[in-house]
Design a protein around this ligand. Sequence first.
Ligand code: PLP
Length: 358
Amino acid sequence: MPAEKREIDTPAFLVDLDAFERNLHKMQDFLNEHGVHLRPHFKCHRVPEIATCQMEAGAIGITVAKLAEAELLVKEGIRNVLIANEIRGEQKIKRLVTLARGAEDLMVAVDDERGALEIAHAAKAFDAEVGILVDVDVGMGRCGTTPEEAVRLAKIAKGQAGLVFRGLMGYEGHVQKPPPSEEKENACRSAMKALIDAKEAIEAEGLEVGIVSAGGTRSYYITGCYPGITEIQAGSYCLMDLASKEGGGDFELASTILTTVISRPAPDRAVTDAGMKSIHPACGMPKVKDRDGIEATGLHAEHGILKLDPAVKLAPGDPLEMIVPYLDGTVNIHEKLYCLRGDAVVGTWNVSGRYCST
Ligand SMILES: Cc1ncc(COP(=O)(O)O)c(C=O)c1O
């Protein structure tokens, strides 16, 4: 392992551990103050060691998007896992109920009757119990049932052997992107109102709704204060990226990609060794850390294109750090993360979950 940042071969994913730790505690402290749990999303880093840090800081479990991520976490000893996504297909449901037998508390999102019944059928056959959160579409337009239909699904889940109805989830993904504003706050509150209305309608039928799960890095400060929300699923807050910062995630940018300038073909142009295979372009261009007059203008497969102000001094071989624009996609194309304290490399984390997409 290299001892110093300058010895790391590039492109490489760097984590500023001091900033990471401050982010970890800032989110947990905020939610503790508001009496809300944190069940952080794994998809944004896919590193079991980070999930362990989040649990040690006070998280009650981990949220995942994929069954394979849940399998990895249970194997790594994290046995309280919410799959905040719909799981369908015979093979997957068999994997799900098998996993439920080895986990302490495994929950999965459900948004239709047939999905619930298929899981119940397999759970009975495998003598397993699977926790169910009914997934409500609170305006994002992805998965999720209507708030009205949630009542019927909750009753179905409650009445099936093999299923344990635990509550609701409703991810307000459509309000994440806009920067903080009154409009964003109102949109977020109206999404949470739909979720809490569904909770109250289910309770009116005599069912207990123990969990109401929602929230992301760019909405936690609104969703986490909304009465009735019991937990937040934010994930990007610990490593952070530009998209999360722009959307109001008030955390430190703890992740960068270390690159090397490989060419200076024109006075106003430099080229680095980090293109799309090192920096995911879904949320736009990276920013150059701690350097003025350099703008990232393009990401080719293997090359990063930079536009330079005339005064900028930059030579082939020079290192540059690029702030990650989209963490979720970027971490998934790296094998490991280098953990730094200042310029000292103090460890590495394998992105063990990077192929966990089934
Ligand atoms: C269902 C769900 N919950 C929570 C999150 C966490 O979002 P973030 O990484 O912005 O905190 C996501 C991210 O896409 C998500 O899809």
